[in-house]
Ligand binder design. Structure first.
Ligand SMILES: *Cc1c(COP(=O)(O)O)cnc(C)c1O
Length: 397
């Protein structure tokens, strides 16, 4: 690519680190053995997969037997929900989730409703946090599963996972969390947080795409989602994505090595971005909780403009951002997350998500703020709603 881009869309995906790519290459080439075969060449692949599994388990404080590699975050979410409810159908047919989940959860819940399951979609407050009293009240004798995301992909809000885990355990209800945005970004201890099922995805933490995992707590009877061979302890068939799994393992190892420093650095940079934008651009709001959010997430609404237009003009300057989740890009509907936190349609549609990464610099943030300032005032000068507003404000003075 000619132009040097400023990449601020790490919630959509992240670049694989050079060390990750380097670790994967031998398993695309010379070490091509199928881990299920018995000769020495296959043993190399088998060992590499086992090592990656151990690295992941260590990061979550669980046993490596509790980690099952999948084809990404969406598959892990589908597996957790569809098979948890089937495996525990004798206990009931009721699921509790939230209104701000990723579509991998929400669309799976819609599918399960068609199959005769009942789903409660919890509200969130203005910051995007669920209400624990509402959760308690939603529990019925036939509730079998609670699925609440660890951190939101649009507004970065972190949920009270420990409290949810305690409530679920007390009622003997399974607790799944979609931790695709949170894993490697913030510390997660599945034992301490009483998590039964957890989904994650390699490409959200500088690993490769198309590979993720589901943590399944020991003792849970969760049926296989992909049927076939005996891979992944008979729970997920298909020849292992060895290079992908190796890359994922390397990415976890690297991310855990400097997690605290990275969180610190990104939080400071993010707060600098939030403060400056809020201070320097009028009629702007921050979406999501000011403190209880992912270190790398900033989400704004700029009144009187269309987020899509802002996005296109930022792209012309080589800045990659997002209006909401990438999955709904191209659709004109405002984000379900922004509507759930109570924003009116027009404010929801004026949103911009900037998500930082380990390679993001202060200089890039400064350039981005300058670009946003320029574009927002240009777009507002073309907006009749803004013109009307300025006239109205003038008359009141
Ligand atoms: C990206 C994402 C997913 C989907 O993961 P894939 O690996 O892209 O399938 C699921 N949930 C959340 C919160 C995400 O951000």
């Amino acid at each position: 690519m000619e132009k040097k881009i400023i990449y601020l869309d790490h919630a959509a995906t992240t670049p694989a680190r050079p060390e990750v790519i380097e670790a994967m290459i031998p398993y695309l080439g010379e070490y091509y053995g199928n881990p299920s075969s018995i000769y020495e060449l296959a043993g190399i692949s088998k060992k590499a997969v086992a090592q990656a599994r151990q690295t992941v388990a260590k990061a979550l404080n669980c046993d490596s037997k509790e980690i099952y590699f999948t084809g990404g975050g969406s598959e892990a979410d589908n597996w957790a929900l569809k098979e948890a409810v089937q495996s525990y159908a004798n206990r009931g047919r009721h699921i509790i989730t939230s209104k701000i989940e990723h579509h991998a959860i929400l669309h799976t819940c819609k599918y399960l409703e068609q199959k005769g399951y009942f789903v409660t979609y919890l509200n969130v407050d203005e910051n995007g946090i669920i209400n624990l009293k509402e959760l308690q009240a939603a529990i019925r004798p036939d509730t079998i599963l609670i699925s609440i995301m660890f951190a939101n992909n649009e507004i970065g809000t972190l949920q009270p996972i420990k409290e949810i885990g305690q409530i679920a355990r007390r009622h003997q209800i399974l607790f799944h969390t979609d931790a695709v945005q949170a894993f490697c970004q913030v510390p997660i201890d599945v034992e301490d947080l009483k998590i039964d099922l957890l989904s994650a995805s390699g490409h959200k933490f500088n690993g490769p795409k198309g590979v993720g995992f589901l943590y399944i707590r020991n003792g849970l009877k969760l049926h296989s989602f992909i049927h076939g061979g005996g891979q992944e302890r008979h729970r997920r068939a298909g020849t292992e994505n060895v290079p992908g799994i190796v890359g994922l393992g390397k990415a976890v190892e690297l991310a855990m090595a400097d997690q605290e420093e990275r969180m610190d650095r990104e939080t400071k940079l993010r707060d600098y971005l939030l403060d400056r934008v809020l201070m320097e651009i009028p009629y702007t709001r921050i979406n999501g909780h000011r403190r209880l959010r992912l270190p790398n997430n900033a989400n704004f609404s700029f009144q009187f403009i269309e987020g899509e237009a802002l996005l296109i003009m930022l792209d012309l300057k080589g800045i990659c951002a997002s209006t909401g989740s990438a999955c709904s890009a191209g659709s004109v509907d405002p984000s379900h997350v922004l509507l759930a936190i109570g924003l009116p349609n027009d404010i929801a549609r004026s949103s911009l998500r900037l998500t930082l990464g380990r390679e993001t610099t202060k200089e890039e943030i400064d350039k981005t703020i300058d670009a946003i300032k320029e574009i927002v005032s240009k777009l507002r000068s073309m907006s009749s709603a803004y013109e009307d507003f300025v006239r109205w404000r003038g008359n009141r003075r």
